[in-house]
Design a protein around this ligand. Structure first.
Ligand code: URA
Length: 244
């Protein structure tokens, strides 16, 4: 078994506070979460392929019972940008790949506009099984809870550790709160490059599916443009850092 420091669980969230004592105390977990059983599955010397393989058998929470398969991250093994979404959707669950459905199409379009090549990025999710409930013949997305997010966290940690991105981008509140603390508000702090433990910086923006849910064309377009603006911050940061 691979020893991932338990302190990792406590380190989460501190960056969002920007170091103020009140913020740090506010973000501290009330009760230490149990180490996730997923930790036991991570190979001693993981690689992305071996971690992906191990994640296929993950039973760290009950979501494996509902999902078709584990949807592990994919992309360039040493991508400069790593995107974190919430969880696979219906199409991702069937195909076994992240962001290949409607939200992925929005992300792809915005990436093209900002000059970020998706093939040069790594794309993953905070939770790697699709959580859904039936509504008629449809499978309706259900938000993962904190225990499910914590149970899945070792997989995200190992992905970040192996890819070593320069910028982590949180797509939506679930990813942002998983990485930056429960008090992080995407509405207030979106588009800002913040210091981060697992990469030189992190930026949070909205989830592309929230753009699709906008009530009319005009607000959808406005939300999309704001999303592109946030990704431009990432593109500029990468440009400023130059490829290693
Ligand atoms: N939404 C996500 O958060 N991730 C996906 O992979 C697809 C939709």
């Amino acid at each position: 078994m691979r020893a991932v420091p338990h302190s990792l669980f406590f380190a989460q969230g501190l960056t969002a506070t920007r170091g103020t004592l009140r913020g740090i105390v506010r973000d501290m977990p009330r009760r230490p979460p149990e180490p996730s059983p997923a930790l036991r599955l991570i190979p001693a010397h993981p690689t992305l392929p071996s971690a992906r393989d191990a994640a296929k058998d993950c039973r760290a929470c009950d979501l494996w019972k509902r999902g078709t398969q584990t949807v592990f991250g994919e992309g360039a093994p040493h991508a400069r940008v790593l995107f974190v979404g919430e969880q696979p959707g219906d199409k991702e669950d069937v195909e076994g790949r992240p962001f290949v459905g409607p939200a992925g199409a929005v992300l792809d379009k915005a990436l093209v506009e900002t000059g970020i090549d998706r093939k040069q990025t790594y794309v993953t999710n905070a939770v790697k099984h699709f959580k859904w409930e039936p509504r008629g013949k449809r499978r309706i997305h259900k938000k993962p809870n904190l225990l499910e997010i914590a149970a899945c966290r070792p997989w995200l940690d190992v992905e970040m550790e192996l890819v070593k991105p320069e910028v982590v981008v949180c797509l939506g509140a679930t990813a942002a709160q998983a990485l930056l603390g429960r008090n992080f508000r995407v509405t207030r702090q979106r588009g800002q490059l913040l210091p981060f433990g697992a990469a030189p910086c992190v930026l949070a923006t909205v989830h592309p599916s929230s753009i699709l849910r906008a009530p009319d064309d005009e607000s959808r377009q406005r939300e999309y443009e704001l999303f592109v603006d946030d990704l431009r911050v990432v593109a500029r940061a990468l440009h400023g850092r130059k490829a290693a």
